[in-house]
Design a protein around this ligand. Structure first.
Ligand SMILES: *[C@@H]1O[C@H](CO)[C@@H](O)[C@H](O)[C@H]1NC(C)=O
Length: 358
């Protein structure tokens, strides 16, 4: 009797420990997960900055938000922007311009799609970002990713209320509809087995390859390779909107130093992955850099992923109202509002779309 009591106590203790371990390993993740994504810590192998060819003149005296346009020569004449000149200060970058062509602003190299132009704008104009913020867009007027019934960025940008878009967190993607984003919970986490096996089985699937590459890329950008608290695990989905057109406040841009943006751009220049893949990886990085979370927890500067996901993916109805003043839309679900946006077939607009809708 004297000995059986301690033994049953011991058994009970062992049993509880085991039970706790099982619950801990399998249970839903109840604690908030934070990641040290507050600072770009990538160390470029080259210390010298590329020459500045992206200084946007008149910016420091502008009371209007900057409209940062990343265009390629094939986008044609950017005169489509003219109706927006009252609303914004244009900074137009041509990523494939010959160096002698001074008509438009330039970037160090054609890498990483629009990311190169966006980062070059920030780096070369860091001390003169307008207090009204900056809007970052692509160079063609009509594109499938413009969240407007006619895919028209003039219609979209003339309705955009920049100050209201920036009110909640200092950043907003221009898209409201969730198609092709990672917002729906049905999209598997980037680091999941499902995504990585798809990337290996179908290596030409840029979407799968860039998704699968995201955890490692985030580790490279925000900390040492495999550092704890930097690399998202197999169950950590980074939910974000599609397509890399967005609006940012000056305050959000200033949360990172010019050196951080320069290091990020060097990563784009030095990484060996394909252009499409890099561009897509960067489309997951912008909101991490710019969304303000406030004080998450005392003494913890990390980013709360669950909160970030919620901030990055407002419901379509909320987004259309906030950004474009299209409030009270009917027949909405979280991911879309009926009649607002539809993916065009094969993600391509008919060839004559610009002529017939201009
Ligand atoms: C933009 O939204 C703000 C509220 O945040 C409002 O005061 C302002 O009038 C709006 N601007 C336009 C042009 O609708």
């Amino acid at each position: 009797m004297a000995r059986s009591l301690p033994r049953s106590l011991m058994n009970f203790g062992l049993f509880s420990a085991l039970l706790f371990l099982i619950i801990y390993l399998n249970g839903p993740d109840s604690k908030t997960k934070t990641f040290a994504w507050n600072e770009i810590r990538y160390k470029p192998s080259s210390a010298t900055l590329p020459e500045s060819r992206g200084i946007c003149h008149g910016l420091s005296s502008s009371s209007k938000p900057a409209l940062v346009v990343s265009r390629v020569a094939a986008d044609g004449d950017p005169k489509w922007l003219d109706p927006l000149s009252k609303l914004s200060h244009f900074c137009v970058y041509t990523v494939d311009a010959p160096v002698q062509d001074y008509k438009y602003l330039q970037v160090p190299a054609r890498r990483g799609h629009e990311a190169m132009a966006y980062l070059t704008f920030i780096i070369d104009n860091y001390d003169h970002i307008p207090s009204a913020g900056a809007v970052f867009v692509h160079g063609a007027r009509f594109q499938w990713h413009n969240d407007e019934p006619q895919y028209d960025n003039v219609a979209l940008l003339s309705r955009l209320n920049v100050s209201r878009a920036l009110e909640s967190s200092g950043y907003h993607n221009l898209r409201c509809d969730w198609s092709l984003s990672t917002c729906p919970s049905s999209v598997p986490p980037q680091g999941s087995f499902e995504t990585s096996s798809q990337a290996q089985l179908v290596p030409w699937d840029d979407r799968a390859v860039s998704d699968a590459g995201l955890p490692k890329a985030l580790a490279a950008l925000f900390g040492a390779e495999d550092a704890i608290g930097v690399r998202p695990g197999p169950a950590d989905a980074v939910r974000s909107q599609c397509c890399a057109q967005f609006v940012v406040s000056r305050e959000s841009i200033m949360r990172h130093s010019r050196e951080e943006y320069a290091a990020l751009r060097q990563w784009l220049l030095e990484d060996k992955r394909g252009d499409l893949v890099l561009g897509r990886i960067m489309s997951y990085v912008w909101h991490i850099l710019f969304i303000k979370q406030g004080k998450v927890r005392a003494g913890n500067e990390g980013i709360d992923l669950e909160l970030l996901n919620k901030q990055a993916c407002p419901s379509a109805a909320q987004c259309y109202c906030r950004l474009y003043g299209r409030c009270g839309l009917e027949r909405c679900i979280a991911s879309s509002c009926y009649g607002q946006y539809q993916l065009p077939q094969d993600l391509k607009l008919p060839k004559d779309w610009a002529e017939t809708h201009g």
